[in-house]
Design a protein around this ligand. Sequence first.
Ligand code: SF4
Ligand code: SF4
Length: 150
Amino acid sequence: MTTTEKRKPRHKKTSEKWYSDGLRFACRKCGGCCTGEPGYVWVTPPDMEKIARHLGMKLDDFTGKYLRRTGSGHSLRELPNGNCIFLNQNTCSIYRARPAQCRTWPFWKSNLSSPEAWDKLCNACPGGGQGRRYSVPEIHRIVIKQKICL
Ligand code: SF4
Ligand code: SF4
């Protein structure tokens, strides 16, 4: 039996990723990714509950004070200068309860898409390419966590 159907490309194995040796990252706490241009820090319902508990606030009080509604969800409020409302002297004041979007940085799919994308991230973030080496399985666990949460 013959077929004209082309073989589908095989998915690359984990070991064939361009970052098969892992990637280094250690936050230098410069606050750079929590400041500047206006943007969104998405907050999921589990994030909301966690942060509210961390702050010892009722959920409604927390959402009213710290969140803004956008078309597709909730984002943390920003100060007029674009800083995240939880940034305090370059440090995240809710670090232990920070949203999934922040916890999974910088291992976002967009930053992992190519060596060039990772280099761009490293140029913008002083912690990129520095410190501890994350293995491929560790990186992929973070990516999956981000997919589930966001
Ligand atoms: S820009 Fe990088 S080093 Fe600076 S706070 Fe953000 S993650 Fe940490
Ligand atoms: S929640 Fe914390 S880590 Fe996330 S943007 Fe705000 S200050 Fe930065």
